[in-house]
Design a protein. Structure first.
Length: 107
């Protein structure tokens, strides 16, 4: 599960949530997603990405050429918290819909 906010010049441009394969380590999943999103889709790479701390941060930064920031307080920390909450809600909704669909198919 990936959720995020695309912010440009201090303005929220897009809120996104998407599901992608989960690997054994969170860093592997994040590296795979970010690589696909920024390198494969020809997206404009930002100067920085706000996210929770990762063990493999240096490798990801070198791979993408983007600075990863782990805010400790303030507006940027709030944005990271909101993105995490957005991911939780999207996952709960997805699981709820899956449960309803499977229940509906049995009747």
């Amino acid at each position: 599960m990936r959720a995020g906010f695309h912010i440009r010049c201090g303005k929220l441009m897009q809120r996104a949530a998407s599901f992608f394969p989960v690997y054994a380590e969170p860093e592997t999943s994040i590296r795979a997603y970010l690589g696909q999103f920024y390198l494969g889709n020809h997206q404009i790479k930002p100067k920085e990405i706000l996210m929770p701390e990762l063990d493999d941060e240096k490798t990801i930064q070198e791979f993408l050429g983007i600075r990863l920031i782990h805010p400790k307080r303030g507006t940027k920390k709030n944005l990271v918290q909101m993105a995490c909450q957005n991911a939780r809600v999207a996952l709960q909704n997805k699981l709820s819909l899956s449960g309803l669909e499977s229940t509906g198919n049995k009747d």
